[in-house]
Design a protein around this ligand. Structure first.
Ligand code: DOR
Length: 452
């Protein structure tokens, strides 16, 4: 990937005019073809430009608010060989993201204010704004609450022990009660360890056929139900991340109907892929399965399909897509989890869980839109303004606002090429596949951070 395509936060503010572009702004439901101008880094009235700005032909392109990813693993501190903050931020910019939230399961974990500040300092000048999610417990050990208020003062936008649930209900209750006062959400990785331990994929017919130990739906559901009960008592905000089951979705739907402050996100891979990919299928969840074909020896047991939570059953993936369409699922978050080949090109049971996602998130969403199962306006909201709201931020394409946007061609095709990715990692089962949606331009805080 050519580094010249990437800009940084410190670059001069940009100016340009895009003619006849489809502008989508979920803030007010705008979906209209018109001119859009950016002057000195701010959205401007296209009728009042200077005439000297670069003109871009917007025919066939979409402009949307910049994307915000609530769930990204940048491997610094401790594992910069897998991904650095800088390379992760470039992958984000190439995917249309202008904000990414870094998860705290680094080495050491982000469990104290100095470490939050270290990441923020190191991210200065990156190709994407980086926000930090702090650990809920000291060392992510699930035993003792970390200094949540001081970490919030240092800039933590939310708290999570992602990679694991907080194992203890009493400690979770204390965390929620405390976070209510701090005014930050608890981001829960819902996985009951006693039900999931030793399991490497979703329990079900595919796991049985492949001879792999599967984790049951109840491993996610029991934690979600526990946390909802604790939210009802404490009034704190809960955000369930990488939701992967229809049962979990139903529980959240009911909690929201009760007026509880519960939000959630889903990853692109839990929507578009299914557990059948572990058996070698490369068909999206909305495509009809080919039946009980024998595992494809070229693609079965591919370690890049191992993720936590595991890829959903096809029925659950389709239910999650329905939940995204009707708005119970607020956001799409990638759980971008870079791992080097030595952690992935190993027997499936031994593969580290996680796949990269920043550069393919929009494409998988657009593939769903092409099936008619999702509106483009809803996809854009789930990638941009809704996740931003969950961390207390906003973005808008209204005149006078700082330019924070992505411009993409929704119909153009590209082939996922491991050597072309901006991420330092390439652990994705999508390599070699042709996907819709090519990002042309990403602008964060008025600066061009990526240009094709
Ligand atoms: O698949 C995953 N990978 N799930 C997690 O919860 C952690 C993540 C990682 O850090 O690699």
């Amino acid at each position: 990937m050519n580094p010249a395509r990437f800009g940084q936060a410190g670059d001069p503010p940009t100016s340009f005019v895009v003619r006849r572009v489809r502008v989508i702004d979920p803030n007010d439901g705008t979906d209209a073809v018109r001119d859009l101008a950016v002057l000195d880094g701010h959205i401007a009235d296209p009728a009042r430009t200077r005439g000297s700005e670069e003109e871009i032909d917007g025919d066939g392109l979409v402009v949307a608010p910049g994307f915000c990813d609530l769930h990204v693993h940048l491997r610094e501190p401790g594992d910069g060989g897998a991904e650095t903050i800088a390379s992760g931020a470039r992958a984000a910019a190439r995917g249309g993201f202008t904000t990414i939230c870094a998860m705290p399961n680094t080495t050491p974990p982000l469990d104290e204010p100095a470490r939050i500040r270290w990441v923020l300092e190191r991210a200065r000048g990156a190709s994407c704004r980086v926000r930090v999610i702090g650990s809920v417990t000291v060392g992510r050990a699930g035993e003792q609450l970390a200094e949540l208020a001081s970490m919030a003062d240092a800039g933590a936008v939310a708290f999570s022990d992602d990679g694991a649930s907080i194992p203890d209900a009493r400690l979770t209750r204390a965390a929620l009660a405390y976070l209510r006062g701090v005014g930050r959400p608890l981001v829960e990785h819902a996985e009951e360890p006693s039900l999931a331990a030793g399991s490497v994929m979703r329990a079900g017919p595919t796991a049985a056929r492949l001879g792999l130990r599967g984790w049951p739906v109840s491993a996610e559901l029991t934690v979600i139900e526990r946390d909802i009960a604790l939210v009802a008592e404490t009034g704190a905000a809960l955000h369930v991340t990488h939701l992967s089951t229809a049962a979990g979705l139903d529980a959240i739907r009911r909690a929201r109907a009760r007026g509880l402050p519960v939000t959630c996100d889903v990853t692109p891979h839990h929507l578009a892929l299914s557990d059948e990919w572990v058996g070698g299928s490369r068909r999206f969840s909305w495509e009809e399965p080919t039946g009980e074909a024998a595992p494809d020896p070229d693609t079965a047991y591919d370690g890049s399909c191992r993720v936590n939570p595991p890829l959903a059953s096809r029925a659950d993936a389709l239910a999650l897509l329905d939940g995204l369409r009707d708005g119970v699922i607020d956001a799409i978050a990638t759980d971008h989890a870079p791992h080097p080949p030595e952690r992935k090109l190993v027997p499936f049971d031994d593969a580290a869980p996680g796949m990269i996602g920043l550069e393919t998130a929009l494409s998988l969403g657009l593939a769903a839109v092409e099936t008619g199962r999702l509106e483009l306006l809803r996809l854009v909201a789930a990638l941009s303004i809704r996740p931003a709201e969950i961390i207390g931020e906003r973005r808008s394409l209204a005149i006078g606002e700082p330019a924070d946007l992505v411009m993409f061609d929704p119909a153009a095709r590209w082939t996922v090429d491991r050597d072309e990715l901006a991420s330092d990692a390439s652990n994705t089962p999508l390599a070699g596949m042709e996907l819709p949606g090519v990002v042309h331009l990403t602008v964060a805080d008025g600066r061009i951070t990526y240009r094709r």
